[in-house]
Design a protein around this ligand. Sequence first.
Ligand code: RNT
Ligand code: ZN
Length: 417
Amino acid sequence: MEYLDKMFEIASEIYAGYNVDVDAALKKLAGIELSIHAWQGDDVVGFENSNHALTGGCQVTGNYPGRARNADELREDLDFALDLIPGRHRVCLQGHQVDKMFPKVDRDAFSIDNFRNWLDWAADRKIGLDIAPAFYSHEKLDHGFSLSHPDPDIRKFWIEHGKSIRRIGAEFGQKLGSPAICNFWMPDGFKDIPADRYSFRQRMTESLDLIFAEKYPDNHLRDAVESKLFGIGTESYTVTSNEFCLLYARNNNLMVCFDTGHFHPTESVADKLSAVAPFMNEILLHVSRGVRWDSDHVLLLNDELSDLAREIIIYNYSGKIHIGLDYFDASINRIAAWVIGARNMLKALLKALLEPRLQLVNYEKQWDFSRRLALQEEAKVLPFAAVWNHYCRQTDVPTFDNYMELIRKYEKKQTRD
Ligand code: RNT
Ligand code: ZN
């Protein structure tokens, strides 16, 4: 592949002309860990074997063959997918992606025993695990409400679920030597105009307070709350709106989680980071892609993703911002979906690392907006692909779209459906 070497050499020279050190950029990229979402592999179904319909407004359309039917299959798929994504990354589970069920033990009483093989698997791979309670796809999600439901028994069930998943997360963090992030997203909301917006938010606050009253060391567990402007079936009102989550997180020393598919289409999560960072120690991202009224499409290397990556990189936020992925597509090969999206996230980060930042900032300091714009635009077509393919070779993963051949072979071997 001599031509790839040549391309890399020439590209490095061009970047050096802009005072950009390509090797330093690649070193930084190698240090960035993504939190890869396990639920792309099972269509957010989980493994409780109880035939829960998918509720809470998450919709996974498509019936591409090969969905992982149990945690063993999901790990096999993850092993395969992770080997096609450069770098070392962690994995995030949903609270119903159990290894094992026990008689009469429901989500309110899950323990590490329900997730034991995940822990061993992550320890073997030397990666971290994150987790999120699943407040959906269960009969206790009544009329679409969980932690804010008027019935104290329903709230109790979900409060206990939140607590048990945090306990499991803390154990992941302790055993794996890397704090688990436990992300709370609740689907609670109304399709149509509520008569009472306040009581639900008040009850939500009380439930969350009870859940977070249990304290864990920072090096075992960190918690986040994820907002959503609207969902399918909760078009008019969500309890955990952006303002609710921001203030709850700030007051309780938690992280806020910004899902890029959970805002009005013209709102920019990229712009939100520097607005919130001065007031928060850490921020969690769910990087996703909204299309019209739905989110959770596979990430594209588009302007939105590039803008977000740039904001993560320019202030050296990488320790402060946790990059979780959140999309699910069952209309294409599920491993391809994982790999394409994760590679795009990394490409966006690399592009940002290669930006001639110093020069851009200098132009801005001189109020020279014409040169700033010219360089911003020209920087978009600098030979970044040569650096990306070099990184793939360095990390021993396929260049270009060559991973698709391997995915096709893997798919052919499968006899799942
Ligand atoms: C849903 C949220 C949430 C989910 C997962 C599966 O809108 O984005 O993060 O994607 O719970
Ligand atoms: Zn999300």
